[in-house]
Design a protein around this ligand. Structure first.
Ligand code: DQA
Length: 144
C-alpha cells in the first residue's frame, strides 16, 4: 500500500507561521510523523509540498496507477481551487482532507472546501495528529 501525502502553500513554514493557530512544530516534524505512522503500518509514504496550485494538480495526476491513497492538506487552495478538486475526481484515488486548525470556527472565506468534495473524510482542528488519524483511517478504509 502506498500513500501520497500532499501539503499546500505555506505549510513549509509550519513552526514559524502563526504558531498560535498552527502550532510550534515545523514541516520536518510533520514529515517525520507521517513517515513514522506509515512505516509502523506497513505503508510506503511519498511526501509532497508545494506553494503552487499547478504543481499540486500535477502531483495528483502523477499518482494515478501508482498510489493507493491520498492525504491532502491543500491549505489556502482548499477554499479556492476547483483545479485540485477536478484532479482528485479525475484520478478517483481515495483521499482524506486534513486541516491543522479547525477551519469551521474561522473566517467565512474558509467555510468552503472544494477539495473536500472529492475526499472520503476530513480531519480538522487536531493539529499534526490529524495527519496520523487520516493515514490510519485511510488504511482501514482501503482494507475493507
Ligand atoms: C489550513 C487552513 C487553511 O484555511 C489555511 O489557508 C492553511 C492551513 C490548516 O491546515 O488549518 O494554510 O489548511
Amino acid at each position: 500500500m502506498k500513500f501520497l501525502i500532499i501539503n499546500g502553500p505555506n505549510l513549509n513554514l509550519l513552526g514559524l507561521r502563526e504558531p498560535d493557530i498552527y502550532g510550534k512544530q515545523d514541516y520536518a516534524a510533520l514529515c517525520d510523523l507521517c513517515r513514522q505512522t506509515c512505516e509502523e503500518n506497513g505503508i510506503e509514504a511519498e511526501l509532497f509540498q508545494s506553494n503552487h496550485e499547478g504543481a499540486i494538480v500535477d502531483a495528483i495526476q502523477q499518482a494515478y496507477g501508482r498510489i493507493d491513497g491520498i492525504v491532502i492538506n491543500p491549505a489556502a487552495y482548499t477554499h479556492t481551487s476547483i483545479a485540485i478538486l477536478d484532479a482528485l475526481k479525475a484520478v478517483a484515488i481515495p483521499a482524506v482532507e486534513v486541516h491543522i486548525s479547525d477551519v469551521s470556527k474561522r473566517e467565512d472565506f474558509r467555510q468552503i472546501s472544494y477539495a473536500g468534495k472529492a475526499c472520503q473524510k476530513t480531519y480538522m482542528g487536531l493539529g499534526l495528529e490529524g495527519y496520523r488519524q487520516a493515514i490510519l483511517w485511510l488504511k482501514d478504509y482501503l482494507g475493507k
